[in-house]
Design a protein. Sequence first.
Length: 205
Amino acid sequence: MSSNTAKSIDIIDAEDQLRADMYSFLASLLRTEPNAELVNQLTNLESDDSPIGKSIKTLSKLASSMDLPTIRDEYMRIFVGVGRGEILPFASYYLTGFLKDKPLAKLRNDMKEIGIELVENVKEPEDHIASLFDMMSGLILGKFNKKFSISEQKDFFNKHLGSWVDLLMRDIESSKIAVFYSPIGTIGREFIEIERSSFSMDVTG
């Protein structure tokens, strides 16, 4: 994604930076089949013994033990396939059963109001999970003209992610094809639960 303002205009606290980083991390893993640089970065991940941390450790071990063609093939089989993949990670599909449906139109309206512009040469509809995670990261970091409040972040999350993202992450986690991507689904599911808990404590939203 891109915006009219390339740099954050407010100081970002450590917690928000971590949230934004996690959204970006998940987006990088779900956007397309990973390249060698990304997989190599995953082999060096450090983590704790939290539920997310344990899944990050699993992912790091898989990145070290699986060869790149196998990992890339797994992505293609899960998300692309011949004709279509096992999982279609788009809001419109999860909410209506069709691609490029009303949820995409609503998202585009909100993107226009916020000032979010598509990066050139992006072929996927904007309601792909990676794009939505990029948008959440941008809202947190103030990449779209301003730093959005927790209430504004919560509103965007509830409109465009809240009703389907948990199911998507569980589908990835439990996919019969997934080996490398299964812990990514777990990381996403656990992170979204933390986000929901944080948003529920927002008394202004």
